[in-house]
Design a protein around this ligand. Sequence first.
Ligand SMILES: [Zn+2]
Length: 172
Amino acid sequence: MKWFLKIILFFLIGLTLYYFLDPYEFRMPVKGAGKWSYNQHSFWAYPWGSSGHHKGVDIFQKKGTPVLSATKGVVVYKGVLSKGGNVVLVFGPRLRLHYYAHLDTIQVGYFTFLSAGDQIGTVGTTGNAKGKPPHLHYSITRLIPRLETKEEWEKRFYDNPIPLLNEAVNYK
Ligand SMILES: [Zn+2]
């Protein structure tokens, strides 16, 4: 292999490791939210409407409150889904997908690179949150499931965001 190809390859592998395997900085994804803004037991709550289990956490705040990216990452989807309403999907460190739903407004474009704390939209009631108190539905999906547990298979593809939120609150 030519020496400059080796350098480019080395650089790309280094960047991938840095970006996707880096222990990630985590921020509270709703401005001004505290422990009173979400229920400690809402992750994997069952039954949960048409979703079966609740695959994330609901963070309640006034409509229009800024929604911030919990981690660094890149926007891989933004648009409208029937359940989620206005949603943003961010591909972040350690091969995690961060899903932000029921947004009132979306303020990022496709392939926007984000730092933790960058605004991506505002809290709303879109999708199946219509008629309910405004909140952000936030979930973390893993591309590689947890293998070291005896959990049901579906749950292995999700991280519980609540311990991360609790820590983000404590460090604020
Ligand atoms: Zn929810």
